[in-house]
Ligand binder design. Structure first.
Ligand SMILES: Cc1cc2nc3c(=O)[nH]c(=O)nc-3n(C[C@H](O)[C@H](O)[C@H](O)COP(=O)(O)O)c2cc1C
Length: 172
């Protein structure tokens, strides 16, 4: 699959098979997150692989969006390690973590697996349930697995704004 096909075919998978994710596939997905670009190459992304029943039960206390996936990745960043823009103090951690998540989503799709970026979670519960180290900020939850029977993109997947609403040349 070339990149255009991959980006075009990826969609948020919300119907998972209980089949586990193969160790080699998981290793490739994690690598894709590890080699993602980060601000000043600080690499503040911290990925927790949640792949046992106890972990998935804890995750279900933090979000209603686990979709029955066999596993998930909890992607955080270490805010004490991420780059701070000197002009305004902006912490690049969430951007870095987001690029890592995007890399992992696309790698998963390339392997025939699926995921959905879940931002609807209670950060306080995530911190408590998973005992996040001091300074770790949860950025995304990524339920991950094989598509279940009849899995298909949500109709809104096909809704994209026209280019003229999102792309501008030389001035907004
Ligand atoms: C930052 C972010 C947060 C999201 N949070 C959720 C979520 O909590 N639950 C959910 O079902 N989908 C969530 N999504 C998935 C979006 O709804 C989805 O990407 C969008 O509707 C486009 O559909 P597509 O991914 O199939 O192209 C999130 C996506 C992003 C980028």
């Amino acid at each position: 699959m070339n990149f255009e096909q991959l980006a075009g075919e990826r969609y948020s998978l919300r119907q998972f098979s209980p089949e586990p994710v193969e160790a080699e596939a998981l290793a490739r997905i994690l690598k894709a997150g590890r080699i993602a670009p980060t601000a000043a190459n600080r690499q503040p992304q911290r990925v927790l692989v949640v792949n046992d029943r106890a972990g998935m039960e804890k995750l279900a206390k933090c979000t209603k969006y686990t979709f029955g996936a066999p596993m998930a990745l909890l992607v955080c960043y270490d805010a004490t390690k991420s780059w701070i823009r000197p002009f305004d103090g902006d912490n690049a951690g969430v951007v870095d973590a987001s690029i890592a998540v995007t890399h992992m989503m696309l790698q998963a799709a390339d392997l025939g697996l699926g995921s959905t970026w879940v931002g609807y979670f209670d950060p306080a519960k995530v911190k408590a349930e998973f005992a996040l180290p001091e300074g770790y900020v949860p950025a995304a939850i990524l339920p991950l697995g094989h598509p279940g029977p009849g899995a298909a993109p949500h109709p809104r997947h096909f809704e994209r704004l026209p280019a003229e609403e999102v792309v501008f040349y030389n001035r907004f």
